[in-house]
Each structure stands twice: as C-alpha cells, then as structure tokens.
Design a protein around this ligand. Structure first.
Ligand code: RM4
Ligand code: MN
Ligand code: MN
Length: 385
C-alpha cells in the first residue's frame, strides 16, 4: 500500500462499504451529513478515497446490506467509480432465526438457511469478480450448558465444508475469529487456533483472517501473525483499533507500535506475505466517515513504511549475538523515523496530492454529498427512545 512500484497485495488496502454509512453504538447512531445511504453512494465514496490515496482500489461488501438484483450493473458502476468489489461478507447474524446461532444452530433448518446464504455469497463472488469470501460468525453461547460445544463444532465444520465446495476456482475462504460478543460464555470461533484448525481441515483455499480488534487485552497479535504466515495460512486482516473491546476505531490511533510490530512481521516474512489481503473493518460513530477512512489508510501506510525501514540484516545479527536491547532499538530506530516526507514523495510520484487529508479538506466533495444526500433521519439506532 506504499507505491505503485510494489504491485502485490501489500500495495493496496480494501475499504469496507459499511464504513461509509451511518453506524453507531447500541446507545445511539449519530447521523452524519452526507453519509452514504446505499451501495452506490458507498462505492462513490470509496472511489473518492481511492482517488485521493491511490492505494484503496477495492471495496468489501456485506450481504444483504449491499444486495442488488443486478450484480453486473454494480460491478460496472464500481468500475466507473475507479474501484472493484473486494471481499464478500455473508451476514448470518441479523435475522431472528439466528438467535441460537447460524451454522452451529441446534436446528438443522436454520443451519441450512445459513449455508444457503453463504453459497449465494459464493455466487456473488463469481458475478462480481471477487476472490474472497470473508466469514465472521456471531455464533456462541451465553451460559455453560446452553449447548453442546463439540456438537456445535461438528455442525460448523460440516457447514463450512459444504460452503467450501462452492468457492470460485480462484476464491479463498477467510475465517475470522473473535473471543467474545455477542456470545459471552463461548464463541464458536473463539481464537486464531480454532480458525486455523478448521482451515487445515477444509483445504488450501481456507485461511485465517486476523481482525485486530478481536483479541483479549494484552494479546500479542504480531506473534499470531508470524505464526500464521509461517504456516501459510494468514489470509488477511481486518484493521481497526481497540482499547477495551471490539471498538472499531481508526487503526493506528491508540497503539501505533502494535500496528508497526504487525507490519514488521509481514515485511520480514517476504513472499510468505504476498497474498495477504489488507482490509479495514471500521464503523465510525462520531467521526466524519470519509476522513476517518483516509486517516486509517494513512496510518497503515506509515506503519508499513516504517517496517520497510528496519535494518533486517543488523537485526538478525543482533538477535544471533544475544543483544536483546540492541535488537529492540533497531526496531525503534525505524519506528521513530518520520516517514511523512517519504510518503508525500511517493504520492507526488503517483500524481496525487501529497497529503490526502489536506486534499479532502480543500475539496468540496464532503459539502457536495452533504447537500445531495442530506442527513439521514433513519439513523437513530441504539436503544429505542
Ligand atoms: C464483527 C466482525 C465482522 C464484521 C461484523 C459487522 O465484529 O468484525 O468482520 O463483519 O462485525
Ligand atoms: Mn472484522
Ligand atoms: Mn469486529
């Protein structure tokens, strides 16, 4: 995501359609003037973000939030906005029948519905040219004894095996995990190990997706990343920042060092990281949506650029000689470098404005869409008032 000259997956990052619309907490959704109201507006905003940054050429979609009856038209429209359709995310958590789970539900007919939806998403991949089926399940329980955990595991494995058969030839299934919420006793994919073990059973097209917001306090995510890279099962990321829970804040804002450490693992793994899909998974509550997305991309670029500056040769020598703090300082030297001038230079070479946020603030896009789209009165959300 640094420059055109490094054209592999690390040169780009995907933005989520849901990050452009109104979203909030369970207390309140504050409507943002000009927030995208439908998938066309989301794609237009994503196209604008790509125009300013040059590194966000695809948009992840969530089904049914972004459902259309003419996928070809959506694909064409996305192309007209300068973007393509990225990961397809099935939604098996919002319908009433999913109260006790989707693919792990004790009721076989609910499981069938969930599988049918995922198969439909595989078809959407074919129609839109997407290569990623991105799976996250709200499945879990709230109380010990509520359901048979091993039975649920079997149900989940058989549902994913069925879905796997429908992946497009070049398609990948990325399995996301989360240690809590909405299930609080257990979640069926509680950590990376469960996602990894399942991916191994399914086959080469199944990999693990690391959402940076889905770990317990203090978890070393860089370690998980290194392990999965080495096992060739790191499929991709959902970037965001967390302080307490699954906060979905702007990535890199509250723990830039952690983000840098993750990128160090990716850069030092070389070709092992070449197919990793970089995606943002954020929903913005009080922030301007487009500006939040721009800031997220910039923060990822900074972390990546700093990771590229690490003197890996010297690092290896320090490690072998047991120079604990010397090795650590080699990382800090890179982390403490101001990479903004370098990134500005890269953007100028790409024909872009050096500072995408300044460009956005000087431009009239935000005012234009606010005037056209208005402030959505339906964005109440939260507890009923
Ligand atoms: C989950 C998870 C998924 C996202 C949903 C909306 O916490 O991060 O990736 O699709 O939220
Ligand atoms: Mn996620
Ligand atoms: Mn999440």
């Amino acid at each position: 995501m640094l420059s055109r000259s490094r054209r592999n997956s690390s040169s780009s990052i995907s933005t989520p359609s849901w990050g452009y619309g109104n979203s909030g907490t369970r207390f309140k959704t504050f409507a943002w003037p000009g927030a995208a109201r439908n998938v066309a507006e989301k794609l237009a905003d994503a196209g604008y973000v790509h125009k300013l940054t040059g590194v966000a050429p695809s948009v992840a979609i969530h089904i049914p939030w972004d459902k259309t009856d003419d996928w070809n038209a959506m694909k064409q429209y996305a192309a007209s906005q300068g973007v393509s359709i990225g990961a397809v995310n099935p939604n098996v958590f919002q319908d009433s029948q999913y109260k006790l789970g989707s693919i792990t539900n004790p009721n076989p007919s609910v499981r069938e519905e969930a599988i049918a939806h995922m198969v439909e998403c595989c078809e959407i991949m074919e129609k839109t040219g997407s290569t990623i089926l991105s799976l996250w399940f709200a499945d879990g329980t709230n109380y010990s004894g509520q359901d048979d955990i091993r039975e649920r595991k079997h149900r989940m494995e058989s549902a994913l095996a069925e879905t796997y058969k429908h992946l497009p030839k070049n398609g990948r299934m990325l399995i996301e995990y989360k240690f809590f919420e909405p299930g609080f006793y257990h979640t069926d994919f509680g950590d990376w190990g469960m996602a990894y073990a399942t991916a191994l059973k399914l086959g080469d097209q199944a990999e693990v997706l690391v959402d940076t917001g889905h770990h317990a306090q203090g978890t070393n995510i860089a370690h998980i990343v290194a392990f999965l890279l080495d096992e060739k099962r790191l499929g991709g990321f959902h970037f965001n920042a967390r302080r307490y829970a699954d906060d979905d804040l702007i990535v890199g804002t509250n723990n830039p060092l952690e983000l840098f450490e993750i990128f160090v693992e990716l850069v030092s793994a070389g070709d092992l990281a070449k197919d990793v899909a970089y995606m943002i998974d954020q929903s913005h509550n009080i922030e301007p949506k487009i500006e939040a997305m721009l800031q997220s991309i910039l923060n990822c670029q900074s972390a990546y650029a700093k990771a590229l500056l690490v003197d890996y040769k010297a690092l290896g020598q320090a490690q072998l000689s047991g120079d604990v703090l010397g090795a650590h300082r080699i990382l800090l030297d890179a982390f403490d470098t101001d990479v903004r001038p370098l990134l500005e230079q890269v953007r100028i070479e790409m024909g872009l404005r050096p500072d995408p946020i300044a460009a956005y603030r000087d431009d009239e896009y935000a005012q234009k869409v606010a005037a056209e789209r208005g402030t959505d009165s339906g964005a109440g959300g939260g507890f009923p008032t």
